[in-house]
Design a protein around this ligand. Structure first.
Ligand SMILES: [Ca+2]
Ligand SMILES: [Ca+2]
Length: 174
């Protein structure tokens, strides 16, 4: 019966091509280069390096905990810490199993190692091992000297007195 007529199609089409032209013009305009200041007045001294920039990275308990929560479930960590709350009951094998780290990939275990290596030395030293539970949750208890030494002895296969990344991965996944 009736016939449809489309009138505005051409109009919008031609408007678009003029917009494209305007865009090309603006993008071809270049900013003038800044003049260099070498010919200006001499500076008294080069800028100082801030001493805080060159200090080694030191992780707080809080940042370690946050890294750990990326890998593990907070609920599992809580349960595992609860299980070894009593002094001299810590068992690293059961602990790594309970927090879920044993079931993780070597990559995730590496991330955990990095979080526990507070001074970024590439090793977990006895000093850092003592606070290992605080790396999982800030309210974790300190290990006793006896627990720390037993933990270190189990992990330290090459006998250098500290835990390297490979030693840590082997210990967790064994
Ligand atoms: Ca370290
Ligand atoms: Ca070692």
């Amino acid at each position: 019966m009736g016939t449809l007529t489309g009138g505005c199609w051409f109009e919008s089409h031609s408007r678009r091509s003029s917009l494209e032209r305007a865009h090309l013009q603006s993008s071809s305009a270049r900013r003038p280069e800044q003049k260099d200041l070498r010919s200006g007045q001499p500076r008294s001294s080069p800028p100082h390096r801030s001493p805080t920039v060159v200090l080694p990275r030191t992780l707080t308990h809080r940042t370690a905990e946050m890294a750990m929560n990326d890998i593990l479930k907070a609920d599992d960590i809580k349960k595992a810490l609860e299980a070894f709350k009593a002094v001299d009951t810590f068992d690293h094998k059961k602990f790594f199993e309970m927090v879920g780290l044993k079931a993780k990939s070597a990559d995730d275990v590496k991330k955990a190692f990095v979080a526990l290596d507070r001074d970024n030395s590439g090793f977990i030293e006895e000093e850092e091992l003592k606070f290992v539970l605080k790396g999982f949750a800030t309210d974790g208890r300190d290990l006793t000297d006896k627990e720390t030494k037993a933990f270190l002895k189990a992990a330290d296969k090459d006998g250098d007195g500290k835990i390297g990344m490979d030693e840590f991965i082997a210990l967790v996944l064994e």
